[in-house]
Design a protein around this ligand. Structure first.
Ligand SMILES: Nc1nc2c(ncn2[C@@H]2O[C@H](COP(=O)(O)OP(=O)(O)OP(=O)(O)O)[C@@H](O)[C@H]2O)c(=O)[nH]1
Ligand SMILES: [Mg+2]
Length: 464
């Protein structure tokens, strides 16, 4: 299946948008990795849409002092890039092109500045460009970069960025530095992304170093590497013709047209997305699961909820109360009237018993003449209170019944002790009959539902 560069490019841009829209604070810990992904993804998008039409952008990469800027000048026979014995001298990418249109407007993802006076030294986070005329510039656009190995990490980042955007690269080493590891990952990436690469050893005094460099490259999967050698200024040694500066120029001029790039583009995108997954998404997912674990631990500190659904019990009680409540059937006023008659019946009870025991007959009870009852409004408050007490007792009965014992309210069961105060009186009625009235106030200890209970007793006593 053909590699749909345009479709892949759109998907990569959508990913970039998603990463850019990450909330600022949660993404702070992964911000450098996210910025790195965005930079690489931008470069990948550039390559996905890059055609063979414009001359390739050839980037010179290497350690500080290896002579990158000097090489650019030698290749073009012009002092366009500033050189110095001061280390880490070049401060930003410097492109040298025959024409401004040869530098794509968004190349490197940085602002582009024309250089007014050469040689250019480069500026961090800018692309300086020099327009010059030289035979080589008809075929390529040459880019000098800061060092990859000095003590300024910003320079490494600038050089790395230029590598990511490069159509082709020149790796520059010296006999002193070629064994150092800084360039190793770039050799591998250039191979993986199918970036055409040329290898140059500068400041050479003896040919053995060049041969050793060639062997080293072969071990790093660059076995057919094109290696060139430039002698140190004052050296007596001369490289063979095919390794000379002139041959290097010719090799550069032949870089266009670029070889097929689809596989390299595909691997670039895979690398960027893998890095997004490993360095941005995985830490965020890990952090999220950490937060979830914390939430669970906090939630487990709350007391477990009692799993009692009281509503069926309450509904059942309500239904029964409706069916059986005398109050419901008779109405509160009639119940009150009945309740008021109880003391009278009680008062008559001793006399009835006495008559029965002593005389063997029942007294004729003349119905007392009663004054016509004053029409008084019923005491709804106390009636309601009684109803609630009854309901409460029923609920307690239900909850403490065998069926409901598993309910958590059973845990509230507790034996409590009590003290009481109160008093009573025995009232002589007739003969041996006494009426006993007793009133007590109980103060319960422990954890009763109500601290204070009031009890009123009435009873009949018989004196022997
Ligand atoms: N003797 C000798 N000196 C050289 C040669 N090439 C470069 N130099 C010197 O090495 C020093 C560093 O050269 P640059 O071209 O500035 O090195 P660079 O790689 O651009 O260094 P940075 O910009 O710091 O990364 C300068 O003083 C050059 O004159 C060479 O072939 N022979
Ligand atoms: Mg330089």
């Amino acid at each position: 299946m053909a590699f749909e560069c345009g479709a892949v490019e759109r998907e990569v841009r959508r990913l970039c948008e998603a990463v850019r829209s990450l909330p600022a604070r949660p993404s702070a810990s992964v911000a450098p990795a996210a910025a790195r992904f965005l930079a690489d993804a931008e470069a990948a998008c550039f390559h996905l849409l890059r055609t063979n039409e414009p001359p390739p952008l050839l980037v010179v990469l290497g350690g500080t002092g290896t002579g990158k800027s000097t090489l650019v000048n030698r290749l073009l026979d012009r002092e366009v890039s500033a050189t110095s014995s001061i280390r880490t001298f070049t401060g930003g990418a410097v492109a040298v092109a025959a024409d401004p249109s040869r530098i794509p407007p968004l190349w490197l993802g940085l602002p582009h500045d024309p250089v007014r006076s050469v040689p250019a030294r480069g500026q961090p986070m800018r692309l300086q460009f020099v327009i010059a005329s030289a035979p080589l510039l008809d075929s390529i656009t040459l880019v000098d970069t800061p060092d990859l190995d000095g003590d300024n990490p910003a320079h490494h980042a600038e050089a790395d960025r230029a590598f990511r955007w490069a159509d082709a690269v020149v790796f520059l080493v010296t006999p002193e530095k070629y064994q150092k590891p800084e360039l190793t990952p770039y050799y591998r990436l250039a191979r993986t992304y199918a970036i055409p690469a040329l290898f140059v050893m500068n400041k050479v005094e003896v040919g053995e170093a060049v041969e050793d460099y060639r062997r080293q490259l072969a071990e790093r999967k660059w076995d057919a590497a094109a290696v060139f050698a430039i002698p140190r200024n004052d050296a007596a040694w001369e490289p063979p013709e095919h390794e000379s500066l002139a041959s290097l120029r010719a090799a550069m001029a032949q870089l266009a047209p670029m070889p097929p790039r689809d596989e390299g583009r595909r691997l670039r995108v895979i690398d960027a997305v893998d890095r997004l997954r490993d360095t941005v998404l995985a830490p965020l997912v890990e952090r999220r699961s950490g937060i979830d674990r914390l939430r669970e631990r906090l939630a487990s500190m709350a007391p477990a909820r009692t799993r009692v659904n009281v509503s069926p019990v309450a509904s059942e009680l309500q239904a029964r109360m409706r069916e059986k409540s005398i109050l419901y059937l008779m109405g509160p006023e009639r119940v009150l009237r009945r309740a008021r008659e109880v003391p009278k019946v009680l008062l008559k009870l001793p006399r009835t018993v006495y008559e029965l025991l002593m005389r063997g007959r029942l007294p004729t009870l003349d119905p007392p003449r009663q004054a016509p009852e004053k029409a008084q409004p019923p005491d709804f408050a106390s009636t309601l209170g009684e109803q609630f007490t009854a309901i409460q007792n029923r609920i307690m009965d239900v909850l403490q019944s065998d069926d409901a014992r598993p309910l958590a309210l059973a845990d509230d069961a507790e034996t409590s002790t009590s003290v009481n105060v109160g008093g009573g009186a025995k009232i002589r009625l007739a003969g041996p009959l006494r009426l006993r009235l007793d009133y007590r106030v109980f103060r319960l200890q422990g954890s009763p539902r109500h601290d204070v209970y009031q009890r009123f007793y009435a009873g009949a006593n018989l004196r022997f």
